[in-house]
Design a protein around this ligand. Structure first.
Ligand SMILES: [Zn+2]
Ligand SMILES: [Zn+2]
Ligand SMILES: [Zn+2]
Length: 487
């Protein structure tokens, strides 16, 4: 059954204005602002009629040189990853201490194992709707569904140890060499968001969290609706949480622009805005998002392998229904009449599709690996002494003790980078890159004026395999390597 979204028909004109592609001037202006705010003059964005946007070197780069760091526009940690990694909700830096990272993880893993044993039947009946697996690797899926699955290889710690790791009573040897910023809880009191600093807490509150916080400052009805929305997203697809951030940040930008205009009006009689909703300001608030979206989620999502092509239409319809379910829960929670078009299924589908097509993984390495390597590299008797304490902890954490922080984010510059199977740059985190920014490194010398490319797929795959993977992005690669290898 086709979901009927009344806002999509009521706001049709405004929606098509929001979805019309930005003009070349608007694109130039947007990226110019990014470059000037980050004092970056080594790259430019150029627009091409055939291939769309592309990123070009404005200077020469040496091999292994940093090409750019790209601050995300919006991002979120995957729900299943929140058990393993305790990170800043804004910049995704690891926070707390080595002890809290370990204690919290062991505690939550146990909690989840107990829960899933209580309601085994319930969780399996949901699996037909669990679209999460289509965005993630199988490995991630298994962690999410059954953290007790690998428990055979894990040896639980004696009672009380997990608690004393969490409350700071137990200090691990040499952990002070791997200190992390102390966790700052969200001042809204939700107990969900934690930060590496007051400035991250404030920036997140300003940009989206003030609308999505479920703390005591939130109206009880809104809180209840928000919690329902979050639960639905966690059970189906956590990309909905990211879509909610996009909508919230647009609403907040809109109100900020409007307040600025009203303040101007006080000084100037020839005002730019009245007290009424102002669509041109909504367009302006929405502009950053127009740099990213391409298609609606249910139109662009790749058909999973286990679904027969004859069922494609019904599969896409199910996806659309799922998005509508989520959107209705979000509407109940944060609807804003002045920003009504943002709550249409049409816009929601485009926002989710933007994350589907841009393949922008957020990864931050865990400090845990460095810590245990350090212990391993000690010489005796220090090593023996330290391992009396750390070995049981490693045994309790199991093989995947150093899981990275993983999520999805939209990176405005990285998303402009075109694909090549023989790229001259790659996304790569160096040891010092400990937050959620994307880092692009030159793979070989790049000359001024050359286009900067990355590979969207594993470039060691065969020609046919590469073309098949790239078909999901909707293009056929014509890079030098493909032209040469084409049969
Ligand atoms: Zn932070
Ligand atoms: Zn909060
Ligand atoms: Zn190619």
């Amino acid at each position: 059954m086709e979901p009927i979204c009344s806002i999509t028909s009521a706001c049709a004109t405004q929606i098509s204005a929001l979805l019309s592609p930005p003009s070349p001037n608007q694109i130039q202006e947007y990226y110019h602002n990014i470059f000037s705010s980050t004092h970056c003059n080594s790259i430019t964005v150029k627009q091409d009629d055939n291939f769309g946007k592309g990123l070009y070197a404005a200077t020469d780069f040496k091999e292994d040189e940093l090409v750019l760091k790209d601050q995300m526009l919006v991002g979120a940690q995957h729900s299943f990853n929140k058990i393993d990694c305790f990170v800043c909700s804004f910049c995704f830096r690891f926070i707390g201490s080595i002890e809290t990272q370990i204690g919290r993880r062991l505690y939550l893993t146990q909690l989840r194992a107990n829960e899933s044993h209580d309601c085994d039947e319930g969780s399996s009946s949901k699996s037909s709707k669990n679209y999460h697996q289509m965005d993630s690797s199988d490995e991630e899926e298994s962690t999410w569904q059954c953290s007790s699955g690998s428990s055979k290889t894990k040896v639980p710690l004696p009672e009380g140890v997990v608690e004393s790791l969490m409350n700071g009573q137990l200090k691990l040897p040499y952990s002070e060499k791997f200190s992390l910023p102390p966790a700052v809880p969200c001042h809204g009191g939700c107990g969900e968001a934690y930060y590496c600093s007051m400035s991250c807490a404030e920036a997140d509150w300003e940009s989206s969290h003030s609308l999505l916080c479920t703390g005591e400052s939130c109206d009880p009805r809104r809180r209840e609706a928000l919690l329902k929305f979050v639960k639905h997203a966690n059970e189906t697809n956590d990309i909905f949480l990211l879509a909610a951030k996009v909508i919230s940040s647009t609403i907040l930008r809109y109100h900020k622009l409007k307040a600025n205009c009203l303040a101007e009006k006080g000084k100037n009689v020839a005002s730019c805005v009245s007290d009424h909703p102002n669509f041109s300001l909504l367009l302006e608030a929405w502009r950053p998002i127009t740099m990213g979206y391409k298609k609606r989620w249910w139109d662009c999502i790749a058909l999973p392998d286990d679904i027969d092509s004859s069922d494609e239409a019904s599969f896409r319809m199910q996806i659309k229904e799922l998005a509508f379910e989520s959107l209705q829960l979000l509407q109940t929670a944060i609807f804003d009449k002045e920003c009504e078009p943002l709550f249409s299924l049409e816009i929601y589908g485009h926002i989710i599709g933007m994350f589907e097509l841009n393949n922008l993984d957020l990864v931050v390495a865990s400090p845990m690996e460095d810590y245990f390597l350090y212990i391993d590299d000690l010489s005796n008797p220090d090593k023996e002494e330290a391992e009396k304490i750390t070995q049981p902890i490693l045994d309790a954490l199991g093989e995947d003790y150093s899981t990275s922080c993983e999520g999805t984010a939209f990176f405005p510059l990285q998303s402009c980078m075109n694909h090549s199977c023989c790229p001259n740059a790659k996304a790569f985190k160096r040891d010092e890159d400990r937050d959620g920014q994307a880092t692009i490194i030159a793979l070989r010398p790049i000359c001024k004026g050359e286009e900067i490319t990355i590979s969207y797929v594993d470039e060691d795959l065969s020609f046919e395999e590469r073309q098949a993977s790239l078909a999901d992005y909707g293009f056929r690669c014509r890079c030098p390597k493909c032209i040469e290898e084409e049969p």
